[in-house]
Design a protein around this ligand. Structure first.
Ligand SMILES: Cc1cc2nc3c(=O)[nH]c(=O)nc-3n(C[C@H](O)[C@H](O)[C@H](O)COP(=O)(O)OP(=O)(O)OC[C@H]3O[C@@H](n4cnc5c(N)ncnc54)[C@H](O)[C@@H]3O)c2cc1C
Length: 410
């Protein structure tokens, strides 16, 4: 017995699930659409706990989904914010090299950015860096003028409003607990009833591998939660940072290194670091979930990853437990910053897919199985790229949808 029948159900009310839903309402306006979200509001996890940066696409391998969807998605995000009056700023950023051995990587970044079609990238010296960010020091910097900031929780609220206005339904406090598949329908059981659908899109973020298994599929990856912790600059030291100041990232690791972000609200924060969380929604050190921990430890890829990245991981833990070590990492970019200038800020947990061979999945990953599409890896810059990801996923999933009507051309 089901309460209702839908053409498309999306599990997950984060920025990706909502962007997919928005695209479904645009392309298939007469399809019955339902978004199931386990929390009592949208954007409760990654989409509401991030840095709020509209990434430019400078970091990603040319030709990858991340590169393509970030560049088109960033332009679409800026246009969306403009159209809907969402606060945003195209403030630009600087990536700062502080050691000579980082210079070849800076040059690689510049080449990557140009290959990805970014305009206005410039390598500058220490004097020009001081004109842009008077308190930053480095031996060279890459200026990325197209980077911006917004608030993705506000973006998600607007996505949700537009979905509802277009006739889609968003059901909150409705976590998917079981999924049954027959030859002509898929039934999703939740605390608020059972819902049947012709096609299902799994956008469950930190739980996307579990939802995949619930649907009878083998995701082939495990989601590893990496917590990112922030410090806030006290208000009278926020003037140390005009916009965004980043280090040169370590290419072996998918995270960008602790940086300074002037948020759209004017608040400046430092972080996030990247430490293995002991629970998928583990926002604090004390959050431990034995099931999450046991499933990580039982996955062969976890131990292989630990062997490859233990040194980096220890450094991240050290900076997490010792404010002094965190401040020392920041002083490389901003020598004036002191312990007393920083107070503990928020945190977020990234969903990062891990392969059995211990490699962290680098690119976005969407996998179709029968009438189900699983979104298995959408780490940063997925908030930036969300509108373009929504289009790409609907392109891939459209053939799974019932032929109720012809789609609207895009
Ligand atoms: C610390 C941090 C900083 C970041 N900074 C940036 C940045 O500056 N710029 C950028 O572009 N990206 C950034 N990102 C990445 C970006 O936030 C994520 O890539 C993006 O939010 C992923 O969206 P999502 O919808 O897949 O995941 P989520 O927002 O996590 O949404 C998944 C949703 O699924 C729901 N769900 C899970 N299980 C179930 C279930 N059983 N039933 C129903 N619902 C379920 C969850 O409650 C959740 O709401 C950052 C991420 C983090 C954590």
């Amino acid at each position: 017995m089901t309460d209702s029948r839908y053409d498309v159900i999306i599990i997950g009310g984060g920025v990706v699930g909502l962007a997919v839903a928005l695209e479904v309402t645009r392309r298939f306006p007469r399809h019955r659409l339902l978004v199931l979200e386990k929390e009592d509001r949208v954007a409760r996890h990654q989409s509401g706990h991030n840095s709020g940066v509209i990434h430019s696409g400078v970091y990603y391998k040319p030709g990858s989904l991340k590169a393509r969807l970030c560049v088109t998605g960033a332009a679409a995000m800026i246009e969306f914010c403009r159209e809907h009056g969402i606060p945003h700023s195209v403030c630009g950023k600087v990536i700062v090299a502080t050691r000579r051995d980082e210079l070849p990587r800076m040059e690689d970044l510049r080449r990557r950015g140009e290959a990805n079609g970014l305009q206005g990238l410039r390598l500058i010296g220490p004097e020009e860096l001081r004109e842009i960010e008077p308190h930053a020091t480095g031996i060279q910097a890459l200026v990325v003028p197209s980077t911006g900031t917004t608030d993705y929780a506000v973006v998600c609220e607007k996505y949700a409003e537009l979905i509802s206005a277009a006739g889609g339904s968003i059901l909150l406090s409705a976590g998917a607990k079981a999924i049954r598949r027959t030859s002509n329908e898929i039934v999703v059981e939740t605390a608020r009833g059972a819902f049947s659908t012709a096609a299902l899109v799994n956008c469950a973020g930190l739980y996307s591998d579990r939802i995949s298994r619930m649907a009878g599929d083998d995701p082939g990856v495990m989601i590893v939660p990496f917590r990112g912790e922030y410090y806030d600059l006290v208000p009278d030291r926020a003037s140390l940072v005009r916009a965004l100041i980043y280090p040169v990232p370590d290419p072996k690791f998918p995270f960008l290194g602790v940086h300074f972000t002037r948020r759209i609200t004017g608040k400046v924060d430092a972080g996030p670091n990247a430490i293995l969380a002991l629970a998928r929604e583990g926002y604090r050190h004390t959050d431990i979930n034995l099931r999450d921990l046991a499933s990580s430890l039982a996955f062969s890829g976890f131990w292989r990853m630990a062997r490859q990245h233990w040194r980096n991981g220890m450094g991240e833990w050290h900076r997490s437990l010792s404010k002094k070590a965190f401040v020392r990492a920041l002083q490389r970019l901003l020598p004036e910053i002191q312990d007393k200038d920083l107070v503990p800020g928020g945190s977020g947990v990234r969903a990062q897919a891990l392969k059995p061979d211990g490699a962290l999945v680098d690119d976005f990953q969407f996998v179709t199985s029968g009438k189900v599409l699983h979104v298995l890896n959408v780490p940063s810059p997925a908030a930036t790229a969300s509108l373009a990801i929504g289009e790409a996923i609907v392109d891939q999933a459209a053939s799974l949808f019932p032929t109720r009507e012809r789609s609207v051309a895009t």
